[in-house]
Structures are given as structure tokens and as C-alpha cells.
Design a protein around this ligand. Structure first.
Ligand code: G3P
Ligand code: CA
Length: 361
């Protein structure tokens, strides 16, 4: 009797496993066909702020290296200078990634929009990296400059044998009224709007998604997903800032959507806003600075695919995390280590260090 029970239990286990495997492979097929319909590579390698593990984020060597490695997309965060130029900076202000505190002490915590292009160009956007990551430091990284959107486009176009697309986020878009239209004008002027799948637009902001969709209806858009009281409502009802916690990654590792309906509601928001996919956060196995709530559970990815939405997860750097994400059914990964992700997908990628040297850094 005991044996019969055990055989039955094993059979149930095998059937459940097979059903899960079949569901996840059906989900992957759906993801693949959504990507193909948009001319988006599958699975996509999205170089987050360039190859930003090996070079200072959002600078020339980071984007040149990502291009030469063979990334599908150069990811960038778009902001605007006081004199109206579109520039590529992640943080709202400049103190983490530049010497603004020494150059402009009275404005060291001012937003990017408080600086002219000439002022931004006078900053050193590379030395911080050498100090933070001495094992990856290079003398040539000191005095790197902040880039304009046009300069990143120049890099993307700079090698006819390597043609990465651009994956552009409107950052803090409420600070930059009209930025969606200005982005369209620059992309159009540079001839990037008639290349299917070469540009993907992304934002956390529903209003910016609507504006992007209004001005560039044919360009694929991704709504970035996040657990927080101003986004997907957390079960805890708390934001990190109000939680009194010190460890951001540990806090986010415990966060989850209020319930299933709340997550599905955000998929509907994405779909209705004109997005062709979502960019959910993920929890990293090693936690750390870019580890957030786990929004790539298999049921979440399956629900996205059932609604015709692609899933590009941010931001993973470790092969074990790539593996978990792919098995959970995502269609592409934002990564600071484009080379590691390419190798994980069995795509060729030269050594980062050798390429940086060849590039003159
Ligand atoms: O754009 C996807 C990912 O980059 C979102 O996070 O804060 O790095 O821009 P963040
Ligand atoms: Ca971004």
C-alpha cells in the first residue's frame, strides 16, 4: 500500500513537472513570437547603462564596449540640460557619478536640469568608478564626460559590423515637459524611426508612456514595473523610505504585489497605454544595489504573454540569475555585464578587458 502510494506520488510529480515544463515552453514560444512581430531580438541582451560593470556607466567606453561585445541594445536614461540638450544620465542628480561636489559645491545636489551642457561636459564622470571599483579601474577612465543622446547614437552607428539598437528610458519625465516630442525629433532627424526594432522606449511613468505612444505610435514601448505605493501596491503597504530599514535590497526582497489582481491590473495599464511589453524588477541572488522585488515569477510572465506582452527584466548580472529568469519565462534581460549574458546564451563575446584595450582605454 505504502509502495503504491509512493508510485502514485511520483507519477503525480512527473505529470506536474511535465505540465509546468509544457506551460513554460508554450510561454517561451509566445514570447518569441511577440518579439519577432516587433523585430526585437529574442532573448534580448540589453546593455544597462552600457557595459557598466567594466566601465563607468553611461560613458563612451561603456557604450563602445557594449557595442563591440555584441549587445542587442544600448540602454540609456534620458534627461535634459538647462539649455535644452538631451543627455544621458541615470540619477536625478550628479554626485554619485561625477565630481560635481568639487566643481559646483553650491549645486552638488541640484538636478541635472539645473546645469547647462557646457557645465555637464566640464565634469569628470569616470574617476568615481576607479575609486569605487579599483580592480576594474583604468587611468583612461578619469575625466570621461557625460554624453548627449546624439553621442550615444554616434556610438551605436559607429561600427557597420556591430549595429546595436537603442533602449531609451524617459527618466523623471515630469521634470522635463515635452521630452517625448523632443526625443522623437532627434530620433527622426537621425533616421532611427524607420528601422523596425532598433529603438525600444521604456518608462516607469504612465503619463510618459501615453505621451511616447502619442508621438511615436509605431515604436515598441515597455512599461517598467516596480513595487511601491506609487506603482504596484505592495502587500506590506510600505515604501523603503518610510520603512525605517537600512538595507534596501533586503527590504525589496520581502516585497510583493498586494495580490495577483494588483499585478494583473498593471499588465492592463501597460497594454492600454500602448506598451508591447513590461520591464519588471527582479531579486538578485546576491542582493546588492540593483536588487528589487521579484516580479518575474512564472505565473507573472505567463500572464504577460497571455496578454501579448513581452517581458524584459531588470537588472541581472550573474549566470545563476540569468538561468532563473530564463526558466521563469522572460524574453530578455537588462544587464551591466552584456558579455556574461551573451556567453550564457552561447553567443560569441570577446574578453571585456581585451576589447577595452583595443578601444584605446
Ligand atoms: O530601465 C530599466 C532599468 O534601467 C530600470 O532601472 O533605475 O537602472 O533605470 P534603472
Ligand atoms: Ca534605465
Amino acid at each position: 500500500m505504502k509502495e503504491e502510494f509512493s508510485v502514485r506520488k511520483s507519477l503525480i510529480g512527473i505529470l506536474a513537472w511535465a505540465a509546468l515544463g509544457a506551460a513554460s515552453s508554450a510561454s517561451a514560444t509566445e514570447g518569441k513570437s511577440i518579439a519577432a512581430a516587433q523585430s526585437i531580438p529574442y532573448p534580448a541582451v540589453i546593455a544597462h547603462r552600457g557595459a557598466s560593470y567594466d566601465a563607468p556607466e553611461s560613458t563612451a567606453p561603456a557604450y563602445l564596449l557594449a557595442r563591440e561585445l555584441g549587445a542587442d541594445y544600448l540602454e540609456l536614461d534620458l534627461q535634459r540640460t538647462r539649455d535644452g540638450v538631451l543627455v544621458v544620465v541615470h540619477d536625478d542628480e550628479l554626485s554619485r557619478t561625477s565630481d560635481v561636489a568639487e566643481r559646483f559645491p553650491e549645486r552638488k545636489t541640484s538636478p541635472v536640469s539645473a546645469f547647462t551642457l557646457a557645465e555637464l561636459k566640464s565634469l569628470d564622470a569616470g574617476s568615481w568608478f576607479n575609486e569605487a571599483y579599483p580592480q576594474r579601474a583604468r587611468a583612461s577612465f578619469s575625466k570621461l564626460s557625460i554624453l548627449t543622446l546624439d553621442e550615444v547614437i554616434d556610438i551605436a552607428e559607429g561600427n557597420p559590423e556591430r549595429r546595436p539598437g537603442l533602449y531609451i528610458e524617459t527618466k523623471v519625465p515630469n521634470q522635463f515637459p515635452g521630452i517625448e516630442r523632443e526625443l522623437k525629433a532627434r530620433l527622426e532627424a537621425r533616421g532611427w524611426l524607420d528601422k523596425p526594432g532598433r529603438v525600444v522606449l521604456q518608462t516607469f511613468d504612465r503619463n510618459s508612456l501615453a505621451l511616447l505612444h502619442e508621438v511615436m505610435p509605431q515604436i515598441p514601448k515597455i512599461l517598467l514595473l516596480w513595487v511601491g505605493t506609487k506603482a504596484i501596491m505592495p502587500a506590506s503597504g510600505q515604501d523603503f523610505a518610510g520603512s525605517g530599514e537600512r538595507d534596501k535590497a533586503a527590504f525589496y526582497a520581502r516585497q510583493q504585489p498586494k495580490d495577483q489582481a494588483e499585478f494583473l491590473r498593471w499588465l492592463d495599464i501597460a497594454k492600454q497605454g500602448g506598451a508591447i511589453g513590461t520591464g519588471p524588477s527582479a531579486k538578485r541572488s546576491k542582493l546588492g544595489e540593483q536588487s528589487y522585488a521579484d516580479l518575474i515569477q512564472p505565473w507573472m510572465n505567463q500572464a504577460s504573454h497571455e496578454r501579448g506582452l513581452l517581458v524584459h527584466v531588470y537588472t541581472l548580472d550573474e549566470p545563476e540569475d540569468f538561468d532563473v529568469a530564463m526558466k521563469a519565462g522572460v524574453d530578455g534581460i537588462f544587464t551591466n555585464r552584456a558579455g556574461a549574458l551573451l556567453r550564457f546564451y552561447h553567443r560569441p563575446a570577446e574578453s571585456e578587458s581585451g576589447l577595452l584595450t583595443k578601444l584605446g582605454y
